[in-house]
Design a protein around this ligand. Structure first.
Ligand SMILES: [Zn+2]
Length: 438
């Protein structure tokens, strides 16, 4: 085994692709040429993407080349190679990057995942795909059970026919077992303690819920967190008044992700003479705690983005849009936060949704390209790290890094081409070009 092969093997093992690496051959041009170019229905045919700066995203290959076949990446090369019969895509010297994974998204393009229609799911997914999101977890706010069941059914229907939008990886339930003080835009009528009868019934009915958020200080929350883990659902903490002891207990019981850090959680609080670290300081202090960051440049100012990056690093931060339906709409538009029938009117201004009287933000309208652009521009984060926080780190957090999050043979062909300003040229999902700017 030469040094290069050894490095690659080490790299692949790091990526959780040990068995593929052990099979060897996958990385050599020869074996690819011999392989059967079977076309799968989920993915397209053979594609070669060349003449670009490949962000793996752990390093940059200045003149790299990616070969895709049957919806999967089959080769990552440091130089242009011959691939007979392939559709050739010239990246024109731009970046070739893993697709962006959004862990937290409520809608976009004028549509919300709570609209109750398949079309709303598809249109929101298409809007985000045009802006670099190749997969996402549609997110549902606290509501009543019937509405939730209806939305889960629609999610499943939409998932089956979603060909042109960001792939759906499962549903994220944001609530309702939250802190009343930190509920934000959540409807107070649903806020309550975890109810075992309720959550067990919901989880026995569906397998599409992949993450469920709660406030760890609520009575019954540790039992809830353990139950989620036992069902393979990722527990996260958010909209919480937890102090350090609550967070540590939650962490020990299985919570390893803090939802939109700084939003919906307290910092240091004071009770009489004593100070208590809040959710924010706890997330910083517990090394293995991952954090979501809305890096739209509005929710958090540059110094706080810098502080989070300096403290947690690119391996512990997932950039998230947390966007409402107005994501992708231009400034000056009116929109509705929440459902079309019962939601509240908001305006889009300065790249964020606001209440009409401008007293408060009313949700993010970010897209993933903007998150990467903003954090790398205003918070001095190297582009490679910004891309990591939008690809491999969220994949690792959700346990899907065996198939998503980086440009490595064996993984799904979710690939972007973009320029220095992170303007998306092409979005490729599962080997299909779903968006092309030119
Ligand atoms: Zn949200």
């Amino acid at each position: 085994m030469n040094k290069n092969t050894e490095n690659r093997r080490e790299f692949m093992q790091k990526m959780g692709l040990a068995s593929l690496a052990a099979g060897s051959g996958l990385l050599s041009t020869n074996s690819f040429a011999q392989s059967n170019s079977s076309m799968s229905s989920s993915g397209g045919g053979r594609i070669k993407i060349f003449n670009g700066r490949v962000l793996t995203p752990y390093r940059e290959l200045p003149n790299g080349c990616i070969v895709v076949d049957g919806g999967k990446i089959v080769e990552v090369s440091e130089k242009n190679i011959d691939v007979p019969g392939a559709l050739e895509i010239d990246a024109g010297g731009k970046f070739i990057s893993p697709g962006f994974i959004d862990l937290h998204c409520h809608g976009g393009g004028g549509h919300s995942f709570l609209d109750g229609t398949v079309n709303a799911f598809l249109k929101a997914a298409e809007l985000h795909a045009r802006h670099g999101t190749t997969s996402m977890y549609p997110t549902a706010l606290s509501g009543d059970k019937e509405e939730l069941y209806k939305n889960l059914d629609i999610y499943e229907q939409a998932n089956k026919v979603n060909k042109a939008g960001a792939e759906f990886l499962g549903v994220f339930l944001e609530g309702p077992y939250y802190s009343m003080e930190q509920r934000g835009a959540q409807n107070p009528k649903y806020i309550r303690n975890p109810d075992p009868k309720e959550y067990k019934e919901i989880l026995s009915r569906t397998s599409v819920i992949k993450r469920w958020d709660s406030a760890p200080e609520r009575e019954g929350s540790l039992e809830f967190i353990r139950y989620l883990r036992s069902k393979g659902v990722m527990p996260s903490m958010g909209h919480t008044s937890a102090v350090y002891d609550d967070v540590m207990l939650a962490f020990e019981n299985g919570v390893s992700l803090a939802t939109h850090l700084y939003s919906g959680m307290a910092g240091v609080t004071r009770r009489n003479s004593f100070r208590f670290p809040g959710g924010v300081e706890s997330a910083f202090l517990i090394e293995e705690m991952n954090v979501e960051v809305i890096s739209d440049g509005r929710h958090l100012p540059a110094p706080l983005l810098k502080l989070i990056y300096k403290t947690k690093g690119a391996d512990r931060i997932a950039l998230v849009t947390d966007s409402m339906r107005a994501a992708g709409l231009p400034d000056g538009q009116e929109s509705i936060l929440g459902s079309l029938t019962n939601g509240i009117k908001v305006i889009v201004e300065d790249g964020v949704a606001k209440l009409p009287d401008r007293t408060s933000f009313a949700g993010s309208v970010a897209t993933t390209d903007r998150l990467v652009r903003t954090i790398s521009t205003i918070a001095d984060v190297p582009l490679k790290d910004a891309v990591r926080m939008m690809s491999i780190t969220p994949a690792n957090i959700m346990g899907i890094a065996d198939r998503k999050g980086s440009l490595v043979p064996g993984k799904d062909a979710d690939i972007l081409i973009f320029d220095n300003d992170i303007q998306i040229d092409k979005t490729i999902i599962g080997g299909n070009v779903v968006y092309s700017r030119v």
